[in-house]
Design a protein around this ligand. Sequence first.
Ligand code: ADP
Length: 447
Amino acid sequence: MFDKILIANRGEIALRILRACKELGISTVAVHSTADADAMHVRLADESVCIGPPPSKDSYLNVPALLAACEITGADAVHPGYGFLSENARFAEILADHNLHFIGPKAEHIRLMGDKIEAKKTAKRLGIPVVPGSDGAVTPDQDALAIAKEIGFPVLVKAAAGGGGRGMKVAHTEADLMLALTTAANEAKSAFGDASVYLEKYLQKPRHIEIQVLGDGRGGAIHLGERDCSLQRRHQKVWEEGPSPALDAAARAKIGNTVAKAMQELKYIGVGTVEFLYEDGEFYFIEMNTRIQVEHPVTEMITGIDLVLEQIRIAAGGDLPMTQDAVVINGHSIECRVNAENPVTFRPSPGKILQYHPPGGLGVRIDSAVYQGYVIPPYYDSLVGKLIVHGKSRVECLMRLRRALDEMVVDGIETTLPLFRALVREPAIIDGDYHIHWLEQYLAGQT
Ligand code: ADP
């Protein structure tokens, strides 16, 4: 097992990793920018190192500073969390070159899945169903229109290097296509330094359903069921739940086993998520995330498995915690991402939290790094915290979420709590009858 882990992240996920380390008896090193000197993960870690000024590129993305922090503290492994360097294959290689363990998958798998075109080809080869689309990148000498016509409009132009919904444009008609191609390519070029784009059938009313996997790197892999992340705004997840209201045990087992088999073949190591769109009973692969995800607690609540702890154990050479047969889905869980944003305009609302009261009681979990008097800095994401609720059934879970949301107090800044309080009372949500465009339609008053 590792002796000392450096947590190369901030906010709630830094705290989440710290908790797993403590339960494993591993020493922790927090790193922070000058803007995060008062952060909770810094206060609770055994040691901390300031790695630079507020902008992420000078601190949380500053590889030389992180290496120096490992050297100064004698850390033997690095946990990257999500975002920042978590899906940077080069970072994983650099750590290896310095005899440091990267707590994550092999660099080759990060690289493979980071290129969505390669990821899609790999998925197809491994027997995972994919969205119909162009065979790889659309090059200028190809007849994009002919390809689009063959797929059938509407089509989605997507960036090979895409992430966070950037570099994605819908073309509803032939006339839209050229503009969609150039804007997506330009956006991808400036955001990721890679202009390659590909075409995909634009699905009209799918759900976003993702499968959580855990691999040992030696050909063993299991799946831990799904999370339904269909409630999105601008391709960003807002509310996640598991099991999906749209799947039954047979459908879950079928897609889960397909994914687990693919991960066995890849000899994938650690945690990963294979994301699908689901429409009319069919699954279509869109991408794979090779890191711990924001919404991982949903799976933890319904399986009883500590994903971050297992991730660390497996990175240190440990075995999978259980066989597929021993994985049992128990009850229902919902996560709300409470952001420091205006609940109507979604304008960020950083600043000082004057009053903070997290909800409690049976089946209620808060993953957050804020506290009363904490100042949310303007430099990073606007997550205040994740409210995660568990119940024996979906109905119990919804009622528990309702009362937990009503108990929660975050004053001094604007938050999206009022949005969640409305959503949890919305008939379509109560019925589980929603798709990936539902939330935007609801926000536009069109539901
Ligand atoms: P990113 O890496 O930028 O998050 P994804 O490929 O994961 O991109 O897609 C993000 C979201 O965009 C999906 O959850 C879904 O809402 C939407 N999306 C992606 N592909 C399609 C598609 N072919 N048809 C309709 N919506 C899509």
